[in-house]
Design a binder for this molecule. Structure first.
Ligand code: HEC
Length: 114
C-alpha cells in the first residue's frame, strides 16, 4: 500500500507534469518565437545598429535620428520594408543582414511594440 501522503505527493507531481505538457502542446510557436525575439533583440543592438538611431524601451535605446518605435508601433510589413529597402535617411539593410536576420529583427520590433 502507498501511504496517503505519498499519494498526495505523486498526485501533485502529476499535476505539474500535466501543466507543462499542456503549455508545450498548446504553445509551441511561442517557445520557438521567443528564440527569434531574443535573436532579433541582439541584431537590433549590434549588427543592425538600429539602436544608434531609434528609441525602443525594450532595447533600452535612446536615439532620435529615426522615429521612436514605441510611439509609431509599426506593423510587421512596414518594418520588413523599411529594414530591407531603407527609407529616407535610414540605410537599406539588404545585403548587410541576411533575410533571416531581417525577419528576426522585424519580429522583435513588432513584438516589442505590439
Ligand atoms: C542611420 C540611422 C538609422 C538606422 C541605423 C536605422 N534606422 Fe530606422 N529609421 C531612420 C529614420 C531617419 C527613419 C525615418 C525615415 C523617413 O520616414 O523618412 C527610420 C524609419 C524606420 C521605421 C519606420 C518606417 C516607416 O514606414 O515609417 C522603422 C520600422 C525602422 N526605421 C526600423 C529600423 C530597424 C529595425 C533598424 C535596424 C535594422 C533601423 N531602423 C535602423 C533611421 C535609422
Amino acid at each position: 500500500m502507498i501511504p496517503n501522503f505519498m499519494k498526495k505527493k505523486l498526485q501533485f507531481i502529476l499535476y505539474i507534469k500535466l501543466i507543462f505538457f499542456f503549455i508545450l502542446v498548446t504553445n509551441p510557436q511561442k517557445l520557438f518565437a521567443d528564440e527569434i525575439f531574443q535573436k532579433g533583440r541582439e541584431i537590433f543592438l549590434e549588427q543592425g545598429t538600429c539602436a544608434s538611431c531609434h528609441s525602443l524601451s525594450d532595447a533600452v535605446s535612446q536615439a532620435n535620428i529615426g522615429p521612436n518605435l514605441d510611439e509609431i508601433r509599426p506593423d510587421l510589413n512596414r518594418i520588413v520594408l523599411a529594414v530591407t529597402n531603407g527609407i529616407g535617411v535610414m540605410p537599406a539593410f539588404e545585403g548587410m543582414l541576411s533575410t533571416e536576420e531581417i525577419n528576426a529583427v522585424s519580429h522583435y520590433v513588432y513584438k516589442a511594440t505590439e
